[in-house]
Design a protein around this ligand. Structure first.
Ligand code: ATP
Ligand code: MG
Length: 380
């Protein structure tokens, strides 16, 4: 099997891989993806191999695109940072969008989402927004980017004042091994090739970074930005993330709007974070009350809104708008959503000279059904 060979797996490992049926199709064959003959993704982590890793048979041979590793969260700034890192830390803005790896296969660029799907929408954007220059010089590297903006199939956000969607590089890694470049080298290359990248907010000594970061976090929170990722400047130690209270509340509000479609862990962990942050930030009485109000609002308000929607006879859903340059790619994207098991309904397709704008609704069936049964008087 070409996957085991590309990854250098032992015969035993290769057999386990097959038995556990971890490999799934990573794409839908189509002329838009003409450089790829076959591509499989890891649906789960397998030993060292991250979930979302893709092995692709391309017109130029077999390529491995490793999955983006999980970033663990610091619940306390002190002493987590001091204990985890060495002399210094680089503090970067954590942008709120979806994780995309961009790599060159054959003649064109391909965009991989976190779970290892080659996404038609994101690939079309990547081909339009990211030049080939970087990949001409570094064909074996991948750009790990946050895709942010209002026209996002997963995380539509208005906060960054971006038309449509854009990519911000946060890591540059060797695609086959996942080895990252040091933070400064990454920034140099982004500047040299005119690639947008996340902000480096500062480099601090690990001993007192917690003080700097706690004031950065308060400021980012007021601007409704997500938080920070704290990195070893050499990228030899795994990074840690830390988010603002406003983001925790934003996530909760999203999760409670769709409360039966979301994991309970997702909600619980965000509430626990607020406890640790409130403790560590030594808040005034008034700041504490604000946090309580924000937390309570983020839980109850969206839930009541969803109940109202169902009581009016509608489905609880998320409305999404995406612009495509090519109608064919739009059709391919709709197939792709179906393949991913997304429950959706197309509302409108507006064609114009620049392509097409697709409006669709992602239906939250489980939340809708749950609310409906209770409104009809069923006990829990
Ligand atoms: P995980 O924790 O497994 O990475 P998640 O989706 O639960 O996944 P998030 O809370 O969104 O994680 O935080 C990690 C993600 O943050 C990364 O996967 C990446 O997409 C995004 N990100 C945004 N800005 C940065 C940055 N500066 N450095 C690294 N990652 C960043
Ligand atoms: Mg995220």
């Amino acid at each position: 099997m070409f996957v085991s060979k590309a990854l250098g797996l032992s015969r035993h490992a290769s057999k386990t891989l097959e038995e556990k049926s971890i490999l799934r199709d990573a794409f839908i064959p189509h002329p838009f993806f003409s450089d790829v003959i076959e591509a499989l993704r890891f649906d789960r982590k397998f030993g060292e191999i991250e979930e979302g890793t893709v092995v692709a048979k391309t017109v130029n041979g077999v390529r491995v695109i490793r999955g983006f590793p999980k970033i663990r969260r610091a619940l306390t700034l002190y002493p987590s940072i001091k204990n985890h890192f060495e002399r210094e830390v680089a503090v970067e803005e954590k942008m709120n969008g979806y994780n995309v790896r961009i790599a060159r296969l054959g003649k064109s660029l391909y965009a991989f989402t976190r779970r290892g799907y080659i996404c038609p929408y994101t690939t079309e954007k990547a081909r339009n927004l990211i030049g080939m220059d970087f990949f001409k010089d570094f064909p074996d590297l991948m750009l790990c980017c946050e895709a942010v903006g209002e026209e996002s199939p997963f995380v539509p956000k208005r906060i960054y004042e971006i038309d449509g969607l854009d990519f911000f590089v946060f890591d540059i890694r060797e695609a086959r091994t996942n080895k990252p470049l040091p933070v400064k080298r990454k920034i140099e290359l982004c500047e040299e090739y005119d690639l947008k990248h996340v902000h480096l907010l500062g480099i601090y000594s690990s001993k007192n970074a917690h003080e700097e970061i706690s004031s950065i976090i308060r400021k980012l929170g007021k601007e409704r930005r997500e938080g920070v990722v704290i990195k070893d400047p050499e990228m030899k130690i795994e990074p840690l993330k830390y988010t603002t209270s406003e983001t925790n509340a934003g996530d909760l509000s999203y999760a409670f709007r769709y409360f039966n479609d979301y994991g309970k862990d997702f909600m619980f962990s965000r509430i626990v974070r607020e406890g640790f942050q409130s403790f560590e930030f030594a808040e005034s009485e008034e700041e504490f009350r604000e946090r309580c109000l924000r937390l309570g609002m983020s839980i109850l308000k969206p839930m009541v809104e969803s109940i109202r929607v169902v009581s009016d006879g509608e489905w609880v859903s998320e409305k999404i708008r995406l612009r495509f340059q090519s109608i064919e790619v739009m059709e391919l994207f709709l197939k792709h959503l179906r393949k991913m098991g997304v429950d959706f309904r197309v509302k409108e397709i507006k064609k114009d000279s620049g392509g097409a704008v697709l409006h669709f609704e992602r239906i939250m069936r489980s939340t809708t059904d749950k609310i409906r049964t209770h409104l009809e008087g069923q006990p829990w």
